[in-house]
Structures are given as C-alpha cells and as structure tokens.
Design a protein around this ligand. Structure first.
Ligand code: PEP
Ligand code: MN
Length: 351
C-alpha cells in the first residue's frame, strides 16, 4: 500500500507514519515526488482497510497497490523517475546513448572505439569485462584488467561507463570502476545479485531476461528498489520467440508497457535483440518512436575481428549514421539527444 501525505505534512508527521508502519511490520520507503509525498509500505503482511493510518496527522489517504511490484509501479510514483548519471539524466526528455564493444579486448581496442563513439555523440561507453558466454570455451572477458581499461577510457573521453556484473561478490569491485552496473539478460532473476545491487550507491541497468514477461522483469527491478536503490534503468533486449531469422525478437510493445506500469526509464538494445548490425538503425528509430529513453549499441572498429558479437556490431561510421537518424526522429516524439560527453548540459526540470 501507499500512504499519500498531505502537501502540508511536516517532517515529524512523516516520521510518525513511518514509525507506525514499522510497528505494523512493514518496511517504509519515502517516495518524494514533485506533486506529492508518498510513503510506500512493503512487506509480507496483508492489511485490512481502513488501516488506522488514515487517522494520523498529515495523512491524506491510504491506497492499496494492486500490482505485485509495489515500489516500481506507477501507482507508487506518478511521475517518471529521473536517474542522474553524472551530468546526464535518464528518464526525462533527453535520449541517452551508450555505445561500445561487446567485450573489452585490449586497451588499444577500447580507447579507439571510445574515441570514435564519443565523436559520434555517444554519452556512455559500454563494454563487458565479465562476459556471460553461452559456451564455457568462449572468451570470458578480461575481468579486473578490463575494468581498469574502462576507467582509463572514461578519463580519456569523458564518457560514463556501463559494464556488466555477474556475481554478488563482484558488485563492490565493478561499482568502483563504473558509473552504471549492468545486469545481463541471463542474470535477470539472479536474486542474490539483485539484492546486492539494491545496496550499492550506483544506478543499475537491468536487462530483460530472454524469456521473461514484462511483469517478471518489473519484479526483478522490485528486488533492487526494495533494498533501497531506486536508480534502476530497464533495458529491453529482445525475447525468445519462434522466429529464428533474428537472434531474439525485439518486443516493441514492452517499451510503452513498462513505462505505463512503472515509473522507471526504459532503454533498448537493438543489437542483442536482432543479432544483426543491419537491423540496429531501423530498430533504434522504432524504439525512440515508441518512447524509449535511450539506446545501447554495440560498436567495433573491426567487427570481423571482434572476440564476441561481431555480426551485430556497427562500425563507427554506421554508428554515426544511426546517431544522425536518431537525432532527426527524436523531435517528432518530443525528445532530443543529450549533449555529447564532455559538453556541459543543463539539468532539466522534472516534467
Ligand atoms: C551485453 O550487453 O553484453 C550482453 C551480454 O547482453 P544480454 O545480457 O542482453 O545478452
Ligand atoms: Mn554482446
């Protein structure tokens, strides 16, 4: 349930409600919107209405949350969550693009690609140091060495860094080197990992599982919020269907649906969903038109030599073309590309 406080509610009135919720066996989460202050109460307990909380000073109303994901739901927070990543803001009018190789392969490879995607207007550098490969015999990533290369590329270019973390034990290490921690599709329901990420002070990019429903995806996000980390970015990356012509099927409807059911930003990865660099541009345009808040694109300067996912990696020239096309489509849906990394931009007000 959520307890909606009056606009005039004082700090001590809010505190009293939170204390009462704890006595009733709930964990309370303060959700500070622009229009209203809400206290989310989560826990296993069923509650009978009226709850008695209605009588407390400063309380406007108490409303049950019907969705199984409580803190993630639009019922808990009407406005979009705006997630700051340094000077970037995800979930507002700006479109934020992360780009880079599937895997960090060497310092030379990473810096070369980072410079080129930065020049094309990307904001965040992506690149896996810990790779969740289908085969145990495939390249597994450079691990810590890869993380230090990502940090060096950030220094060099001003790009933020997003990289995947595979285990709860690695969360602290990955958080030291990255601006956003990525949960891969294969780990979407790794609950110990999600819980650990709920306790880290950095945004989390949560990819949709290969065979996860939108509800299961939002429940996975709930694990992170329930531990106190509200900075979750959802990423639609395609799901498994009967179609074999593409690696996965990009679920375009999941974009407006996830935004309707939750307040979290949604970005789209057209490379892993299609498995083909040729489809990345049209799918990116479709994603932006459908309301995506950003994109994640695989880029490699030598796709034919990439240690993983070469066929779905764009060359820097193709990536530039994609960015130009996105910049032209964005205004049609009231969006614009955030200023390229390194350039100052005003933080926009909440919509
Ligand atoms: C990735 O982004 O590097 C990746 C492994 O993607 P996914 O988890 O979506 O397969
Ligand atoms: Mn990849």
């Amino acid at each position: 349930m959520i307890v909606v406080m009056k606009l005039t509610a004082t700090g001590s009135e809010i505190e009293k409600v939170e204390q009462r919720l704890q006595q009733m066996g709930f964990k309370s989460h303060l959700i500070q919107g622009v229009e209203r202050i809400v206290i989310g109460a989560v826990g296993e307990k069923k509650v009978a209405f009226p709850t008695g909380l209605e009588m407390l000073p400063g309380v406007e109303k108490v409303v049950p949350v019907m969705a199984p994901y409580k803190l993630v739901s639009r019922e808990a927070r009407e406005e979009n969550s705006l997630i700051p990543v340094g000077d970037l803001l995800l979930g507002g009018k700006q479109l934020v693009v992360s780009a880079g190789p599937c895997a960090v392969e060497s310092e030379d490879q990473l810096i070369t690609i980072a410079r080129q995607v930065q020049a094309a207007g990307a904001h965040i550098l992506r690149g896996g140091a810990f790779k969740p490969r289908t085969s145990p015999y495939s390249f597994q990533g450079l691990e810590k060495e890869g993380l230090t290369m990502l940090a060096r590329a950030r220094e060099e270019t001003g790009l933020k860094v997003v990289t995947e973390v595979l285990t709860p034990q690695d969360v602290e290490l990955v958080a030291m080197y990255s601006d956003i921690l990525q949960v891969g599709a294969r780990n979407m329901q790794n609950f110990p990992l999600l819980k650990e990420l709920g306790r880290v002070g950095k945004p989390v990019l949560l990819k949709r599982g290969l065979a996860a429903t939108v509800e299961e995806w939002l429940m996975a996000a709930e694990y992170i919020l329930a531990e106190g980390n509200y900075a979750v970015i959802l990423c639609e990356r395609g799901i498994r269907t009967f179609e074999t012509a593409t690696r996965s099927t990009l679920d375009i409807s999941a974009i407006p649906l996830a935004k309707l059911w939750s307040h979290l930003p949604v970005i789209v990865d057209p490379c892993h969903s299609s498995g083909s660099w040729r489809l990345a541009l049209p799918l990116s345009l479709a994603a932006v038109a459908a309301g995506a808040d950003g994109l994640m694109i695989e880029v490699h300067h030598k796709p034919a030599e990439a240690l993983c996912d070469g066929p779905q990696s764009l060359t820097p020239a193709n990536f530039r073309q994609l960015m130009d096309s996105v910049a032209r489509i964005a205004p049609a849906v009231g969006r614009y590309l955030a200023a390229p990394a390194g350039e100052h931009q005003e933080q926009e007000a909440v919509e």
